[in-house]
Design a protein around this ligand. Structure first.
Ligand code: PLP
Length: 346
């Protein structure tokens, strides 16, 4: 099938850019140095490509992602890098331990008790390294690890996500802040023990020293498909995911395509748009005026007509993927594969 034959709107992955992103990351962080975060794509076919290039341990954000990865045979080493106290979901996770190696993050006596009651066998202590989200105070990590071990649960180490630093623009400032955040994590690790010190994301993947007595793995996910926000950092990863739309109306100064905010993660602002027919041509960028539910309105000059195609690059890849059930994989003009986005839901 040709890309022009797709019914729109359609989410498409540019296979060439995707392959290049995976290869670039695998040469910087080979094998177990990267624990790809599947929250960025929610797609077991895509995760299989990451496993194929050498990354066999994965990070997940939801129980559904963990269970789906296990069922897809990608369960060599799954980390739920997020807290849950829901007994039903924890019981499902505990049952999946027969299929896959599963570790879950805990950051309190409550999350630890819930994991223990459900029969979870391995945990990681989640440490707050500056992002006001989950994670215990670094000074509390050792005590929580002792409580877990007393309860017969294996403690594999620590994680600390420095998400508040991903978009710091100045590299020297960012490096200093990442180092300070990781000093907190390593101090906690000295109290906790275990073989894992897990941190990082796409915006900091090259600011960590990965190795013994340091961070042991990076949890980046967005690098595979990218988005316009991460593209502002000048990273060596190319946009590899677009929502393809059709121009349905043309005014004197604007045109409208059938890609609205119900198909785009909008929390990082408007997407980018190019009038474009295939992955081979770069197309003509246009100014996005605004998105509404089912429409994107953009400024236009001559040459835009009803029935033409646009490629919309999301500003935030993770929520965008969660809004689609299918990713078409394209190479040039051709659609070469269809990947279900099968890890959606909770
Ligand atoms: C716990 C955790 N680790 C790592 C990441 C890194 O993801 P990204 O590759 O998008 O920077 C995220 C993203 O939100 C996260 O929540």
């Amino acid at each position: 099938m040709h890309i022009r034959d797709l019914s729109t709107l359609a989410l498409i992955i540019d296979a060439a850019a995707f392959d290049s992103n995976l290869a670039t990351m695998a040469s910087a962080l080979p094998g177990a140095a990267l624990r790809p975060h599947v929250k960025a794509h929610k797609c077991t076919s895509l995760a299989a490509a990451q496993a194929g290039i050498g990354h066999r341990s994965f990070t997940c954000a939801t129980p559904r992602e963990v269970v789906g990865m296990a069922a897809a045979g990608l369960g060599t080493d799954l980390l739920l890098a997020n807290e849950t106290i829901d007994p039903t979901r924890l019981t499902v996770l505990a049952a999946a331990q027969d299929l896959a190696a599963i570790t879950i993050a805990v950051d309190s006596v409550e999350t630890l008790a819930a994991a223990r009651t459900a029969g979870i066998r391995r945990v990681l202590i989640d440490v707050n390294v500056g992002l006001p989200r989950c994670g215990c105070a670094p000074a509390d990590a050792g005590r929580l690890a002792d409580q877990a071990r007393t309860a017969g649960i294996e403690v594999r180490g620590v994680m600390g996500y420095e998400g508040h630093l991903m978009m710091v623009a100045d590299r020297a400032e960012k490096q200093a802040k990442v180092d300070a955040a990781m000093a907190l994590l390593l101090a906690a690790h000295a109290d906790v023990g275990g073989e894992i010190v897990s941190a990082g994301g796409t915006g900091t993947y090259d600011l960590h020293t990965v190795g013994t007595d340091a961070v042991t793995e990076i949890q980046a996910g967005s690098y595979a498909l990218m988005d316009t926000q991460y593209s502002t950092l000048g990273l060596p990863f190319a946009p590899a995911c677009f929502v393809v739309g059709t121009i349905i109306s043309v005014g004197s100064k604007h045109a409208v395509a059938d890609v609205g905010l119900k198909s785009l993660g909008m929390d990082h602002g408007n997407p980018a748009l190019a009038v474009r027919t295939s992955l081979n041509d770069e197309g003509t960028p246009a100014d996005v005026w605004f998105c509404s539910d089912e429409h994107i309105t953009f400024g236009t000059s001559a040459g835009v007509s009803v029935g033409g195609r646009v490629f919309v690059t999301p500003a935030h890849i993770d929520p965008t993927m969660a809004m689609h059930d299918t990713a078409w994989v394209g190479r040039g003009d051709e659609v070469v594969d269809r990947w279900p986005i099968d890890l959606r839901g909770w």
